[in-house]
Write a new protein. Structure first.
Length: 106
């Protein structure tokens, strides 16, 4: 067994991600990459991402909310809004990772 082999991401739950298959695949890859980083920092039971998309003129505004249930019992919550879906996902996941690094009860 290699060191760190047991550091697997917990459950990832996506809500409101009614995307085209190619978009969904890209979004999943970004989320899973960040979830792996998060699992290396602390153990979590569930990572929930909720997407709400609204049209503003010709562009779509993506609102993301994230809730992470840590195994220690403390939740981490973050929100972000961006016109680029992938940027919004990356930004919100980085916020979660940053909060996890600063959370002493992780």
């Amino acid at each position: 067994m290699m060191l760190g082999e047991d550091k697997k991401p917990g459950n990832i739950i996506l809500s409101g991600f009614d995307l085209e298959p190619v978009e969904m695949d890209t979004a999943r890859k970004i989320i899973e990459s960040h979830a792996k980083k998060l699992s290396e920092i602390c153990s979590y039971e569930k990572l929930c991402l909720t997407l709400k998309t609204s049209q503003h003129g010709k562009a779509f505004l993506h609102e993301l909310k994230t809730h992470v249930n840590l195994k220690s019992g403390n939740p981490i919550i973050a929100e972000d809004t961006d016109y680029n879906l992938y940027t919004a996902i990356s930004k919100i996941m980085e916020k979660i990772i940053k909060q996890a690094r600063h959370n002493s009860k992780c």
